[in-house]
Write a protein that binds this ligand. Structure first.
Ligand code: EPU
Length: 424
C-alpha cells in the first residue's frame, strides 16, 4: 500500500491539465453493454475505478481493446448476466450494470453494493424505476435479480428524500433504451454526467430529449448501434485543482476543463474573494492571503457538488472568520473533519453542518484517507501545513484522480509517493 508524503508551504504555480470525467465515463462504459456495433471511447481517465469496470465488463463477455488513446468495446448479445460481489464491492457504480444487462440480455443478477464511508447509499430508486418499466425484481442472497421479457416505457417519478439520483437516473435511462415505447423520467438528475450519457446514447441511435433538465424522454429502440464518443472533462478534478490554487497559489491555470460545469464553485470562490479569471475551457486562480468566510450547502446540480465539499472545507480553514457548510446530499459525509482537526484545523460538526473556525495554522501530521474526496481534501490541507504530512491509505485517491501527485508536483508542490511500510 502507498502513502503520500507532502511538505507544505511551497506556493503552487503553472498549468495543470484536467483528465476525462470518472463519473461521466462510468455509466457510459456500462452503456456499452447495450451496443450491437463496436463502440470507441476517447479521453477515458486511466483510474482504478475504470479498470475495475473494464474487468467487470470483461466478466460480462465484453471484448475490450486498449488502443492507447481510446478504448474499443464489442459486446455480444448473449453472455453472462451476473456482476459478482468481488467486483461490485469495490465500486458502488457497478450497480449501473443492472439496467443495460436487463435491457440487452433480458436478465440481470447484480450484487448489492456494501457499506460506504460517505454514509448510507440505498438503491431503492434504481429498483423503483426499473420495476416501473415492467421488470420482476427480487433480492436474494445479497444479489438483485431482475428479469423482463420485454420492458415497457412509462412515466416514472425518480426523485427521493435527498433529491434526484445520478446513477439511478442513468440506470433507468439505460434500461429504457430498449423498452417498448416512450419512457419519461420526471425528477431526473441533470448533472453534466447525465447530459454526457444522453449524448452518448444518441450517438448509439437512441432518441433522447431533455438532458440537463429534470424531465428526460427516452424513445425505446429495437436496436442500439455503436459509434465513437469523447468523455468530457472531470469537473470535480478541475474544481479540486482550482481550490488547490486558491489555497496555495501562486498563479495556477486549470486547463482543458468546462467552467460552465463549475458555476456553483466559482460563485463560492468569488464570495470568498479569491481572484479568478474564467475562459471558455480554463480557469486561472491566484492565491490570496485573505480569504473571506462563506456559508453554503451542497445540493444536486447545479448546486454546490458534494464531491467538492471536503476540498472546499480545507480551503475554508484558511478563511479569516467562521464558515458554515451544510451537507444536503450525504448528511454523514464528514469523515475528513477529524483528520483536518488532527492537522490543527478547528472544525465542529452540528448534525449535517460543519462549523469551520478559519485562520488557525495547520501543522503536518500523520493522517488517514477514508474515501476519495476526503483524501483529496487532506492533500490540499497538507500543501499549506507547516512541515511534513503523511497521508496513509491513498488507494482511495487512485480511484478518482489521474496521477494526482505528478500533477501537483508539476505545479511545484513538494509531494512524493512512497511505499507505506507500516501498511496502515
Ligand atoms: N439515494 C436514495 N436512493 C437511491 C439512490 C440514491 O435515497 O436509490 C440518495 C443517496 O443516498 C444520496 C442522494 O440520493 O443521499 C444522491 O445520491 P446519488 O444516487 O445521486 O449518488 P450516486 O449516483 O450513487 C454519484 C457519484 C458520487 C456523487 C453523487 C452525488 C458516480 C459514480 N458517483 O453517486 O460520486 O457523490 O453522485 O453527486 O457518479 C465520488 O466521485 O467521490 C462520488 C461519491
Amino acid at each position: 500500500m502507498d502513502k503520500l508524503v507532502i511538505r507544505g508551504g511551497t506556493p503552487l504555480s503553472g498549468k495543470v491539465r484536467v483528465s476525462g470525467s470518472k463519473n461521466g465515463a462510468l455509466p457510459i462504459l456500462f452503456a456499452t453493454l447495450l451496443a450491437e456495433d463496436p463502440v470507441v471511447l476517447r479521453n477515458v481517465p486511466r483510474l482504478v475505478d475504470i479498470r475495475t469496470t473494464q474487468r467487470m465488463l470483461q466478466e460480462l463477455d465484453v471484448q475490450i481493446t486498449d488502443e492507447k488513446d481510446a478504448l474499443k468495446f464489442v459486446t455480444p448479445a448473449e453472455g453472462t448476466y451476473t456482476a459478482s460481489y468481488q467486483l461490485v464491492r469495490r465500486m458502488r457504480a457497478s450497480v449501473s450494470a443492472l439496467g443495460p444487462l436487463l435491457a440487452r440480455r433480458g436478465r440481470a443478477r447484480v450484487s448489492l453494493p456494501g457499506g460506504c464511508a460517505i454514509g448510507q447509499r440505498p438503491i431503492d430508486l434504481h429498483l423503483k424505476g426499473i420495476r416501473a418499466l415492467g421488470a420482476e425484481i427480487q433480492i436474494r442472497h445479497g444479489y438483485v435479480e431482475a428479469t423482463a421479457r420485454q420492458l415497457r416505457g412509462t412515466t416514472i417519478y425518480l426523485s427521493g428524500p435527498f433529491g434526484s439520483t445520478v446513477l439511478g437516473t442513468a440506470n433507468v435511462m439505460l434500461a429504457a433504451t430498449r423498452a417498448k415505447g416512450v419512457t419519461v423520467i420526471d425528477g431526473a438528475a441533470c448533472e453534466p454526467e447525465i447530459v454526457a450519457l444522453a449524448q452518448f446514447l444518441r450517438v448509439l441511435g437512441v432518441p433522447i430529449e431533455g438532458e440537463g433538465t429534470h424531465c428526460l424522454r427516452i424513445q425505446g429502440v429495437d436496436r442500439v448501434g455503436g459509434g465513437e464518443f469523447t468523455i468530457p472533462p472531470d469537473r470535480i478534478e478541475a474544481g479540486t485543482y482550482v481550490i488547490a490554487g486558491a489555497m496555495a497559489g501562486g498563479n495556477v491555470a486549470v486547463e482543458a476543463c468546462a467552467p460552465g460545469h463549475l458555476r456553483a464553485l466559482i460563485d463560492v470562490l468569488q464570495r470568498a474573494e479569491v481572484p479568478l479569471e474564467i475562459g471558455e475551457d480554463f480557469i486561472h486562480v491566484h492565491g490570496t492571503p485573505a480569504i473571506r468566510p462563506v456559508e453554503l450547502a451542497t445540493l444536486p446540480y447545479p448546486g454546490f457538488p458534494t464531491d467538492l465539499q471536503a476540498q472546499l472545507m480545507a480551503l475554508l480553514c484558511r478563511a479569516n472568520g467562521v464558515s458554515l457548510i451544510t451537507e444536503k446530499v450525504y448528511p454523514d459525509r464528514f469523515m475528513h473533519v477529524a483528520e483536518l482537526n488532527r492537522l490543527g484545523a478547528q472544525i465542529r460538526k452540528e448534525g449535517s453542518t460543519a462549523i469551520i473556525l478559519g485562520g488557525h495554522r495547520l501543522s503536518g501530521a500523520d493522517v488517514m484517507a477514508s474515501d476519495l474526496r476526503a483524501s483529496a481534501c487532506l492533500v490540499l490541507a497538507a500543501l499549506i501545513a507547516d512541515g511534513e504530512t503523511e497521508i496513509h491509505r491513498i488507494y482511495h485517491l487512485d480511484r478518482g484522480y489521474v496521477r494526482m501527485e505528478e500533477k501537483l508536483a508539476g505545479l511545484g508542490a513538494d509531494i512524493r509517493r512512497e511505499d507505506d511500510e507500516e501498511g496502515v
